[in-house]
Design a protein around this ligand. Structure first.
Ligand code: M6R
Length: 366
């Protein structure tokens, strides 16, 4: 059942090209300029007239929510707030019928997310679910929603659920941007075509696996890791750090790269590996200067770079290459090498990759 892979996690990482396709199949027709999500079509007005979109989720699903915040604000121009479900539900939040809540959950059973949904509903908000497990409690408790179609995710560390959640959220943003008129026709068509190419790009990123295994061998005994990214890739840095923590038990922190100088830079010395997402984007030059600051303090740089990059390659100790895609879609590719890095390190340390200590696949306790 692991399809020849040593662990479910590895199988699920490698399934991503095909499950991302499953996620957009029949929903994204790039040539015809169509994005159509069954659960969304009847509620488009609700979304585009909303005062705010509030996203509630936990863990990796919360990271997907953060990526969605960037995409929605960028393309749909609706203010978005992303909340840990566990904080939202306990702090007497201000919500009304003018708000739309998106709840993201792989399992559809996470207790805190479910409680946040119930609270939002009780205040009159419209609640939309993005779940993977069909018929799950959250999919039933929400007013409408979209399934991710990632197939069963067995590994406790979420991988394909994350990329398929982002795929759904990107499709939602594109559909809503079109309805609201906040995206130009050429940009809209470009995004559709680029989204369709993501499985091919993920496939290509997966081909660097053996290189990433070599890098993993170099750093497996590090006690701490820092993960840095900016913009759309700040949530990817958080996700990379979470993945490493939960399966290898190595302490890792994700940070927006520019926050380094406000504290974490004090941690940098020759012992500290720093994973930097340094792909070609609007923030490229800024990330390059962040890398210089780390190098000046002898930190070890493992950089995720765009294919063909030369500048960062010169500066970094190790690079992991990903194909080029528009910035809003980059989390779908930059997250791949980080999944593989944490996987290989955990295997090398002899950890129970699919069932890390103290963790459960669905957290049904509050
Ligand atoms: O099933 P959910 O998406 O609601 O689960 C949320 C978190 O418990 C989950 O993402 C957790 O953080 C994973 N172990 C991360 O890999």
């Amino acid at each position: 059942e692991k399809g020849g892979y040593e662990h479910f996690m590895l199988k699920e990482i490698f399934e991503q090209p095909s499950v991302i396709k499953d996620t957009y199949r029949g929903r994204l027709l790039a040539d015809q300029g169509i994005v159509r999500l069954g659960g969304l079509e009847d509620h488009i007005e609700k979304f585009i007239n909303a005062d705010r979109i509030i996203i509630v989720a936990c863990g990796t699903s919360w990271h997907a929510g953060l990526v969605a915040e960037y995409i929605f604000e960028d393309l749909v121009r609706i203010p978005v707030e992303v909340e840990y479900a566990s904080e939202f539900r306990y702090r007497n939040p201000i919500i009304s019928e003018k708000d739309v809540v998106i709840a993201i959950s792989q399992s559809g059973e996470t207790a805190d997310t479910l409680a946040a949904i119930k609270l939002a509903k009780s205040k009159g908000a419209f609640v939309y679910g993005v779940c993977n497990v069909v018929g799950s409690t959250i999919s039933r408790e929400t007013h409408s929603g979209t399934y991710t179609h990632a197939g069963p995710e067995i590994g406790v560390a979420s991988t394909k659920a994350f990329t398929t959640q982002i795929t759904v959220l990107a499709m939602m943003a594109l559909r809503l941007a079109k309805a609201k008129g906040t995206i130009s026709k050429p940009d809209y068509m470009l995004y559709l075509r680029e989204l369709e190419l993501i499985p091919t790009h993920v496939e290509e990123a997966l081909k660097t696996d053996s290189k990433i295994e070599e890098i993993s061998a170099v750093f497996k005994d590090a006690r701490n890791f820092l993960y840095l990214g900016r913009g759309y890739n700040f949530p990817v840095a958080l996700e990379g750090a979470l993945k490493l923590k939960e399966i290898s038990y190595i302490h890792a922190e994700g940070y927006p790269a520019a926050e380094m100088k406000h504290g974490p830079i004090a941690l940098i010395d020759e012992q500290m590996p720093v994973v930097v997402i340094a792909i070609k984007s609007d923030h490229y030059d800024k990330v390059v200067s962040n890398i210089q600051e780390i190098k000046a303090r002898k930190g070890k740089i493992i950089a995720v770079v765009s294919k063909g990059d030369t500048v960062v390659r010169e500066m970094a100790d190790y690079v992991m290459e990903v194909p080029h895609t528009p910035e809003a879609l980059t989390p779908l590719v930059t997250t791949i090498p980080l999944q593989l890095l944490s996987y290989h390190i955990a295997v090398m340390l002899g950890r129970n990759v699919d069932q890390p200590r103290n963790l459960a696949k669905s957290v049904t306790v509050e």
